[in-house]
Design a protein around this ligand. Structure first.
Ligand SMILES: NC(=O)c1ccc[n+]([C@@H]2O[C@H](COP(=O)([O-])OP(=O)(O)OC[C@H]3O[C@@H](n4cnc5c(N)ncnc54)[C@H](OP(=O)(O)O)[C@@H]3O)[C@@H](O)[C@H]2O)c1
Length: 314
């Protein structure tokens, strides 16, 4: 695939407005200049008048960028399994529409979620469409998102019969969301099938940065969720802070490094250059066995953890 070993998520959600575009271009430039070359977006990111905005922005940033690592860019998008996408052709059309918004071919096309939990009959045609994209040479690779081990194995067999490998699987994975690996066993299955595991929301939407507290939560639905979680997650924040202080790193950097140590590629979302630079500081070093064990032991004993994505399958 030629993707980098580090990536940036590009979801237009928490508090985006168009006045942020110049700042986000800077974030993009800093990331690529520092070797962060995999960027993840989705055709469902941005609604109403901002429909498709995340892909449009990413395409604009990539086009404007000149400099180091320019030739190593990997633009990944996720194609939504909307209820009105019913045929293989609808996936091909969706990917072409994403390419149009990006102003270049999609490098990695991912099925955003499985319909197994509600319309299992819908999925076969969409996966055929995903494989068509690879066969038609419209993408360099295909991937999945929010699949559990059982469903992943089923898709793997289906695509293998057509000679199409699955490059990546992205799931919600962080110190506050270990379920995909500890309960579903996805890391072992991915290793066995030659699939790279990508960790989305690796900072638990910002909670693991340690900057939020009961008296300081972000606006909107994230604030509601954070209020419920913050009292129960103090032990892991304390553990992150202690390791960070010891290593002269920040809690965010330790939380992201933990994802890397677990063999995943984290795709943190960064809104500012300062956040991007901080997150890039999670690269180039490794937590030791004792530190990883301390973090693992602490999360095992937590009262509360992140809720799983409703589309995550078994
Ligand atoms: N496949 C899927 O279904 C799916 C679902 C969700 C996400 N994703 C992907 O994963 C990407 C990242 O996930 P996410 O944005 O949900 O969660 P995340 O990476 O865990 O959290 C990102 C948020 O944390 C804060 N932050 C990031 N770095 C920081 C730093 N160094 N210091 C302080 N605050 C920092 C920022 O928000 P504030 O500054 O506002 O706190 C930022 O928006 C998305 O962009 C998307 O590409 C995929």
């Amino acid at each position: 695939m030629g993707c980098g070993t580090w990536a940036w998520g590009n979801r237009l959600l928490w508090g985006y407005d168009e006045s942020m575009d110049a700042q986000l271009q800077e974030v993009f430039d800093v990331c690529v200049g520092n070797g962060v070359t995999l960027f993840d977006t989705g055709d469902s990111y941005g609604t109403g008048k901002l429909k498709g905005q995340s892909e449009k922005l990413l395409g604009k940033f990539a086009q404007a960028y000149v400099g180091l690592n320019c030739d190593r860019l990997c633009l990944a998008t996720k194609l939504a399994a909307y209820p009105w996408r019913l045929t293989r052709g609808s996936m091909v059309a969706a990917c072409k529409a994403s390419a149009e918004r990006l102003g270049r071919n999609v490098d990695l096309a991912q099925m955003h979620w499985s319909t197994a939990n509600y319309f299992p009959w819908q999925e076969g045609a969409l996966l055929d469409g995903l494989a068509d994209l690879s066969e038609m040479g419209l993408v360099k690779g295909v991937g999945l998102s929010n699949y559990g081990s059982k469903r992943l194995k089923w898709v793997y067999r289906k695509l293998r019969d057509r000679g199409v490998p699955i490059s990546t699987l992205q799931v919600q994975y962080s110190l506050l969301s270990t379920y995909p690996v500890t309960e579903l066993g996805l890391k072992d299955v991915c290793d066995e099938l030659g699939i790279q595991l990508i960790a989305y929301s690796p900072l638990a939407l910002g909670l693991l940065t340690g900057k939020y507290s009961e008296n300081n939560v972000p606006k909107g639905i994230r604030g509601v969720l954070f209020r419920q979680l913050i009292p129960g997650i103090q032990p892991i924040l304390d553990c992150l802070r202690a390791i960070a202080a010891d290593r002269e790193k920040t809690p965010s950097q330790v939380a992201l490094n933990w994802c890397i140590c677990k063999g995943t590629i984290p795709i943190p979302g960064a809104k500012t250059v300062a956040q991007a630079k901080e997150n890039i500081g999670a690269l180039g070093w490794q937590l030791d066995g004792g530190e990883i064990e301390a973090l693992d032991r602490t999360v095992d004993r937590l009262d509360k953890v992140m809720v799983q994505n409703i589309f995550q399958t078994k």
